[in-house]
Design a protein around this ligand. Structure first.
Ligand code: CA
Length: 228
């Protein structure tokens, strides 16, 4: 689980943030004071992003940030600032923080910032990994489904695996051997022709005109290429 520390003393704001983080697939770890936040970080060394409110009942958010940074250079830190706080002061004190979000913020904005930071600090898995969008196609790697222009296209598991490989390598010519090894496994003793058979079926399902394919093109004598 992708843990995010939420340090915010106002319970209503904290629960608003927590609910939205859960909805986006994060596991929020809550703290209401600076001391609690530092304690939670000690207990959860796998927290990769921290949201720090500035005005707190004990030590302020900048001090929390400074103390975190003293021992951890990798964690991503986002400060939650109030609009009334002078931005000069905020940015001056921001040494050590990676980003800031001004209150009141929308859940979408906050999640987008966390997603971006999570990617930069290298979470266990890319946050956006479960949905890949290319042209009219959306591949959902969690449900293993494909949509074209919002319509579900039914794929076999092998066809899905081929699509995933294509979408992971846009514009790159993939040899039939590469596809066979990646999708069927290196210990598969079948013929390369099985790749062509599956590509032909896949084209019928995803191309506008399978006799004149534009997404999966043939690289003669080599293999196939995915392009949007
Ligand atoms: Ca506060």
């Amino acid at each position: 689980m992708k843990k995010v520390l939420v340090l915010e003393d106002e319970a209503s704001i904290r629960s608003f943030v927590v609910i939205n983080l859960r909805r986006s697939g994060y596991e929020p770890i809550e703290a209401g004071t600076g001391a609690e936040a530092l304690e939670q970080l000690r207990r959860n060394p796998d927290i990769k992003v921290a949201l720090l409110d500035i005005m707190l009942p004990d030590i302020d958010g900048f001090e929390v940030c400074r103390q975190i940074r003293a021992s951890d250079t990798k964690i991503g830190i986002i400060m939650l600032t109030a609009r009334t706080q002078e931005m000069d002061k905020v940015t001056g004190l921001m040494t050590g923080a990676d980003d800031y979000v001004t209150k009141p913020f929308s859940p979408t904005e906050l999640t987008a910032r966390i997603d971006a930071l999570y990617r930069r600090v290298g979470g266990d898995e890319p946050v956006d990994a479960f949905e890949m969008t290319q042209g009219p196609f959306v591949l959902n790697t969690r449900n293993r489904t494909l949509e074209k222009n919002g319509e579900r296209i039914k794929l076999t598991q092998l066809e899905y695996a081929i699509m995933k490989m294509f979408m992971d390598n846009p514009g790159r010519a993939l040899s039939r051997e590469d596809i066979l090894n990646a999708v069927w496994g290196r210990d598969y003793f079948g013929e390369l022709k099985i790749v062509d058979v599956n590509i032909r079926r896949l084209r019928i399902k995803i191309e506008d005109d399978s006799t004149n394919p534009t997404y999966i093109t043939t690289v003669w004598g080599y293999g196939y290429k995915w392009g949007i």
